[in-house]
Write a protein that binds this ligand. Structure first.
Ligand code: AMP
Length: 187
């Protein structure tokens, strides 16, 4: 977990390789559907372009299907859950699979302007319709109001590990692997 621009996508790819699990990014799955012009993509695009969350029932159904696939025996969820409803549904999905979360990693980047500058830099090459400055700012607000409030839930469950997200990609990756190895010794 962590705000837009914290580096979740980059780090989640490396982490999934580290643990030998599937990288499941709801944003990536939505973007693939937009590119392929599927019905799901058409629904999601309206929300994504505005920097809003895709409705929970759409997102949850997609994650439920993805986690049921055979390669998801071990997984890194990237960008999910993002709402209180998604936390509840994820609990239900995992219970149905006899699975559970080992750890919830939060990439901490407290400086909102640093995040916005990182995203504006990414925007130069990303080609993403939601990487305009207005939408970038709005996505920070949505994270603060909808998603940051979920962190205490996982903290109370003893699953939350905060990792400093300021530094080079390699530095942050090293912190994540160290934090993971301490929290989940068998990983
Ligand atoms: P991301 O690539 O994680 O920044 O996600 C890009 C966009 O996809 C978000 O701004 C949302 O519109 C949508 N999205 C991704 N994950 C979720 C989620 N868990 N719930 C709702 N919308 C999501």
């Amino acid at each position: 977990m962590g705000p837009p621009g914290a580096g979740k996508g980059t780090q989640a790819v490396a982490l999934s390789e580290h643990i030998g699990g599937a990288h499941i990014s709801t944003g990536d799955i939505f973007r693939a559907n937009v590119a392929n012009e599927t019905e799901l993509g058409k629904t999601a695009k309206k929300y994504m372009d505005a920097g809003q969350y895709v409705p929970d029932e759409v997102t949850n159904a997609m994650v439920r299907d993805r986690l049921a696939e055979p390669d998801a025996a071990a997984f890194v969820l990237d960008g999910y859950p993002r709402t209180a409803e998604q936390v509840t549904v994820l609990d239900d999905i995992l219970a149905g699979l006899g699975a559970s979360l080992d750890v919830v990693l939060e990439l901490v980047v407290a400086d909102r302007e640093e995040l916005i500058q990182r995203m504006l830099k990414r925007a130069e090459t990303s080609g993403r319709a939601d990487d305009t400055e207005d939408v970038i700012r709005h996505r920070q607000d949505v994270y603060a109001s909808e998603t940051a409030v979920l962190l205490p839930i996982y903290r109370e469950r003893g699953l939350l590990v905060e990792v400093d997200g300021v530094g080079t990609i390699d530095e942050v990756q090293g912190r994540i692997f160290a934090a993971l190895d301490a929290a989940v010794p068998q990983a």
